[in-house]
Design a protein around this ligand. Structure first.
Ligand code: DX5
Ligand code: ZN
Length: 225
């Protein structure tokens, strides 16, 4: 076990375009130019009861922005589809533990395509059974709402899981990012940060603001205080 405390990662804000204007996505990307990455929610109406966008739209988005693309796949059969998102040159591809048939193999396939590999857990999915494979990942995403829709209320019941993930990541040297997604706003972000999250997806909190870049700065300011 590593006995020294790893230095904390610089917090990152990844706005989700789920609540952006889908008829003007290129313009909407230009409104979050200060983000650390853009979070793209891919939903297939099977893994979650909602349908958003797929490979062709992600390919076009990648050409429309210099921001790193953080792809969150809420789809069945990520073993088949996730590598294809990696091949588009996305910075990271996140698949759901509940949907992946062979998560270790899938993480390695993503790495082989030059993409960061991340695994997401729904709020009721425990992390303990996945601790042994954390070292295969660049990021773990702990959903703080049930996946499928923006604008839901942050689930405080996930905070103990964030703390457990923090301890496990620190034992491995602290390099793995801990992302949270769902209900992140000025009121909830500090609770998640104190529990150990370092990468924050924010959908409605950023895109419901008149100036999304200013909303990003406000969230960063809270984390810096
Ligand atoms: C929900 C998505 C989220 C969503 C977050 O399933 O994965 O990325 O856009 O939206 P807010 O921040 O509004 O909860
Ligand atoms: Zn998401």
């Amino acid at each position: 076990m590593n006995t020294s405390t790893p230095s904390p990662r610089t917090p990152c804000i990844h706005p989700s375009i789920l609540n952006a204007d889908f008829a003007n996505l290129a313009r909407e990307l230009s409104r979050i130019s200060t983000a650390d990455a853009v979070h793209v929610d891919v939903m297939d109406n099977h893994f979650v009861p909602n349908l958003t966008l797929g490979l062709p739209v992600v390919e076009s988005l990648r050409k429309a922005t210099d921001l790193p693309m953080d792809i969150h796949l809420m789809i069945e059969d990520p073993d088949q589809w996730a590598p294809q998102y990696a091949e588009l040159g996305c910075e990271s591809v996140t698949f759901h533990a509940e949907a992946a048939k062979a998560p270790v193999r899938l993480a390695r396939e993503l790495h082989a395509r030059g993409t960061k590999a991340a695994m997401a857990l729904k709020p009721a999915t425990g992390i303990d059974q996945y601790l042994d494979m954390l070292g295969e990942l660049d990021m773990v995403l702990l959903m703080t709402v049930e996946p499928g829709f923006g604008g839901q209320t942050f689930l405080d019941l996930v905070l103990p899981k964030i703390r457990r993930a923090r301890r496990a990541v620190d034992d491995l040297g602290g390099e793995i990012a801990i992302q949270i997604d769902g209900g992140v706003n000025a009121e909830t972000i500090l609770r998640a940060a104190e529990a150990g999250a370092d990468t924050f997806v924010a959908g409605s909190a950023v895109y419901s603001a008149e100036d999304p870049d200013a909303a990003i700065a406000d969230l960063r300011g809270l984390l810096a205080d």
